[in-house]
Design a protein around this ligand. Structure first.
Ligand SMILES: [Fe+2]
Length: 184
């Protein structure tokens, strides 16, 4: 992977990790839960390393069908790596299901509602937010305000209790620090 790609992947991991930790704290989970969700946030996309030649610089919306299949493999690959490396079952589940949507439209198993592990539901919200507020090969980063509006349009994808906690975190004084994960 090119240096920039690695930096982007690390920045995204840190942003998701920080946000997930803050949301878990906001929701009143204990220290161990918060620590574990922060780890899951950091490594949720680690499987993309094994797919890097297919994925980087591509837009998930404009990928060809063949590439799309590879994109969808990354959560399974992240899970495989998390398992191999001895991360907890909680972390493994977070990464495996971080693309499941609350309405059942996600992958890899089309789980819906509370059938999706709680940690994965938290990572889902943070992952979408982190992607929207960062530059992509095909578009500039959205502002935090625009990102929230776009997420409200797609709120069926999210657990509402988590989404409300997420909004409280975004409106907190700390938000700039939580998302300031870019290298210059
Ligand atoms: Fe992902």
């Amino acid at each position: 992977m090119e240096e920039n790609m690695i930096k982007n992947a690390l920045s995204h991991g840190m942003c998701v990790s920080n946000m997930a930790y803050a949301i878990a704290k906001e929701m009143g989970f204990d220290d161990e839960f918060c620590r574990e969700i922060a780890i899951a946030g950091m490594i949720h996309d680690i499987g993309k390393i094994r797919l890097s030649s297919y994925l980087y610089g591509s837009d998930e919306n404009t990928l060809h069908i063949e590439q799309m299949k590879y994109v969808r493999m990354h959560s399974q690959l992240s899970y495989d790596i998390a398992k191999e490396k001895g991360f907890s079952e909680f972390v493994q589940e977070c990464v495996l299901y971080h693309h499941e949507n609350y309405d059942g439209s996600g992958y890899p198993e089309n789980l819906s509602g509370d059938a999706i592990p709680l940690g994965a539901r938290i990572i889902r919200v943070c992952d979408v937010f982190g992607a929207l507020i960062s530059d992509r090969a095909y578009r500039k980063a959205f502002s935090v305000g625009t990102a929230i509006e776009l997420m409200i349009d797609e709120v069926k994808n999210f657990d509402m209790e988590i989404f409300l906690a997420f909004q409280r975190v975004v409106n907190s004084a700390n938000i700039d620090k939580l998302i300031a994960t870019k290298w210059t």
